[in-house]
Design a protein around this ligand. Sequence first.
Ligand code: MG
Length: 161
Amino acid sequence: MTSATRIGIGYDSHRFGPGSCVLLGGVSIPAEVSLVGHSDADAVCHAITDALLGATALGDIGSLFPDTDPMNKGRDSIAMLGTAVQLLREAGWIALNVDVTVVCEVPKIGPSRNAIRTNLASALGVDINAVWVKGKTNETMGWIGRGEGLAVIAVATVVRA
Ligand code: MG
């Protein structure tokens, strides 16, 4: 028997490179760097996608969208998240809520929080009040503290549709 509620966790990190904005949750946040990756490097979307797929044992972002596939180059991560949500639907699951922590020294997440929540809620098919996003610095410690990149941790709850 399968229980009706599941929890999944997702993690992602991306390196900073030269640029002028950091894309998180489909929002371009002005910054003196940009995220580097094979897709559009939106680590918030990637972590949530993995949390949803993990909760439902439907795979992971690497198996769904391998970075060896040229089709995934520069890929829109909000659309990738949408594909995962569709897979969940087909398997009889819907997202209940997601909680996201972005660990970075820059940019500040707070000013873009509601724009990110709006995008994510739309992609997930949930109310904005079922999505939270918070920023944490790493207190200047380690690779995040040195501003080499950022990390994201996401938790998702899903229920039987
Ligand atoms: Mg990623």
